[in-house]
Design a protein around this ligand. Structure first.
Ligand code: GDP
Length: 430
């Protein structure tokens, strides 16, 4: 058993960065397979905070190979900045430690301009995009007009594709979105410069991964966002523009389904959501404020306050089935200390119908009644605790109840932001 997929099972920001960083110790190779630089993982190692947006979180471990798979959309400017920052910290000194798929699509300046202008025009109806051009880049990929790294490597092809695309995008930007046209020469020169910086890393990552998995090397696939943001299975249209479920590893990294062995789901011990969209267990009073304050629930990249609510077993149960979870990691349980009663949502009710999984209809999701079970809370701080036995009885009961309701064993509990602030229950993951 040599591969492990790490998936967020809520609406993202589950603390995947920390868990992946921890699991990466056991892995040889860490791979991203979807999303773009809207991910933003925060890693705290020896008190030093690092935010990585594109490069897999395993990058802080010496000697691990990091792979950006074909399913990721890449802003080359952001990638170069990230490489520079990491190199200043003494990481990524050997170019062989980073591999970028030659068929990953490039985020272009017009994608960002379109993203921002559309969100501005939406006004009240905005979908909460981070404006980094990720959605428009995926649109172009599907429309078969995207530009890939392999195109960037060939100056003539890149020039032709850019000129062709820009002609159309400038008409769209001007006539529909009331934006300035973008300059071909400026983009061309900038991207040619970026090409020289990134060329050493560009390769056939699908083939590389196949070879390494066949050799028995341990490969960790790092999901971005969360299952409820999956473009097919999430709370559409309030979703991201890629598939975030475990199945997306095959297409987004170019590996066969039989090479997926273990899938660990990351869930907070409560629920958060950024931006608009249905959120059945959302809290609006002082309890929500407490979670936001104690959990530091503000976006890593955007700084936006996150909406907070009770743990929703319906969401995580749905995600467990979709991803085929073999285990669960529960994060930020320390944030719950001090709440006298904790509520867990066990099901939904809408117009006399009971739901044990997340319904597809936005109308149902926005108007349903969550069914709660109340559990007693605890006052003790949990951050110093390193074993299950040392947890207060009520905290243990809370974890056990989540296991029962979701039907997946909890293998890891995170009690603080630091690497060491973790309870490993079943310490083998691969
Ligand atoms: P990700 O994108 O899923 O990695 O989520 P974030 O980057 O938003 O991480 C969540 C935040 O919570 C970061 O600031 C982490 O350092 C922090 N964090 C992670 N695990 C824990 C935990 O168990 N307890 C506390 N208090 N903070 C945590």
């Amino acid at each position: 058993m040599s591969t492990l997929v790490v998936i967020g099972v809520q609406w993202g920001d589950e603390g995947k960065g920390k868990v992946v960083d921890l699991l990466a110790r056991e892995a040889d190779i860490i791979v991203r397979f979807q999303g773009g630089n809207n991910a933003g993982h925060t890693l705290v190692v020896d008190g030093q905070k690092t935010v990585v947006r594109l490069i897999p979180s395993g990058v802080l471990h010496a000697g691990k190979v990091c792979v950006i798979g074909n399913g990721v959309v890449v802003d080359p400017q952001v990638l170069v900045e990230e490489i520079d920052t990491l190199q200043q910290q003494g990481c990524l000194t050997d170019p062989a430690l980073l591999k970028i798929s030659e068929t990953a699509h490039l985020i272009m300046p017009y994608h960002k301009a379109i993203d921002l202008a559309r969100e501005r025009l939406r006004g009240e109806g905005r979908i909460g995009t981070t404006g980094r051009g990720i959605g428009p880049t995926y649109e172009d990929k599907m429309a078969r007009v995207g530009i890939r790294f392999v195109d960037l490597l060939d100056e003539k092809i890149f020039s032709e594709k850019l000129a062709h695309n820009l002609q159309e995008k400038n008409i769209y930007l001007g006539a529909i979105l009331q934006e300035q046209a973008l300059d071909y020469r400026q983009i061309f020169d900038r991207y040619c410069h970026l090409r020289t910086r990134l060329a050493p890393y560009i390769t056939n990552t699908s083939r590389y991964l196949h070879q390494e998995i066949s050799r028995g090397r341990k490969v960790l696939f790092e999901g971005a966002q969360g299952t409820m943001l999956d473009v097919d299975h999430g709370t559409y249209p309030y979703v991201t523009s890629s598939n975030t479920v475990a199945g997306a590893v095959c297409a987004g990294a170019g590996i066969a389904p039989r090479h997926i062995h273990n899938v660990i789901g990351i869930s907070k011990a409560y629920t958060t959501r950024v931006g608009s969209g249905p959120f059945p267990t959302e809290l609006f009073g002082p309890e929500g404020e407490k979670l936001r304050r104690d959990g530091g629930e503000f976006g890593t990249v955007t700084g936006r306050p996150r909406r907070c609510g009770w743990f929703d077993a319906v969401v995580v149960r749905t995600a467990a089935r979709l991803n085929g979870l073999t285990s669960l990691a529960l994060t930020k349980i320390d944030v719950l200390s001090g709440l006298p009663t904790l509520r867990i949502c066990t099901g939904y009710q809408y117009r006399g119908q009971h739901y044990d999984e997340v319904p597809a209809s936005t109308t149902v999701l926005e108007n349903l009644t969550p069914l709660y079970e109340d559990l007693p809370g605890w006052d003790e701080p949990l951050t110093g605790i390193r074993s299950l036995d040392a947890l207060p009885g009520n905290a243990r009961r809370y974890v056990e109840r989540i296991e029962e309701l979701v039907g997946v064993p909890v293998k890891m509990i995170s009690v603080g932001a630091g690497r060491e602030e973790t309870i490993l229950i079943r310490p083998s993951f691969f």
